[in-house]
Design a protein around this ligand. Structure first.
Ligand code: CA2
Length: 142
């Protein structure tokens, strides 16, 4: 059975608590529940991790090698400037997809750039929680 790691970065633990106009009313626990049900219906496994700390995310990326068939990551604001996460992703041999709940291109200019997207297989933005399902569908298609 395929297994995928889903990483969520800084502030995503606050989903559903503030800025519902941007991120909606659902919480991170709701996301985990929905995606776990989706995975069960498709016959694969998902492991969820969230951290507000860059180093913790890097440790999980490094540990994913050989353990999972792919990575889905919403790196939060690290997307826009973390070369340390980029280096970790660049040395990962399993496929990875960047997901953003909001449409970053409709927002502030600093959110338009991803320093991570060039070392990942692809990027999904602005489709809410559905982006995580699409990313998993893509990984399953490989
Ligand atoms: O749209 C996304 O998924 C983001 O990765 C969310 C990040 C943001 O920094 C990225 O530019 C785009 C922010 C995480 C969520 O922050 C919250 C703040 C207040 C309330 C709820 C979540």
């Amino acid at each position: 059975m395929n297994a995928y790691l889903i990483l969520n970065g800084p502030n995503l633990n606050a989903l559903g608590q503030r800025e519902p106009d941007v991120y909606g009313h659902k919480t991170l626990a709701d996301l985990e529940k929905e995606i776990k049900a989706f995975a069960a219906s498709r016959g694969f496994e998902v492991t969820f991790r969230q951290s507000n700390h860059e180093g913790a995310l890097i440790d999980w990326i490094q540990e994913a090698e050989g353990k999972y068939q792919g990575l889905v990551m919403n790196p939060g604001a690290f997307t826009h400037y973390s070369y340390a996460i980029r280096d970790a992703l660049a040395s990962l041999s399993i496929p990875s997809v960047e997901v953003h709940i909001s449409n970053v291109h409709k927002r502030e200019a600093f959110r338009h750039q991803s320093v991570l997207a060039p070392v990942m297989n692809g990027q999904i933005v602005g489709l809410g929680f559905h982006g995580y399902r699409l990313a998993l569908d893509y990984l399953e298609s490989l």
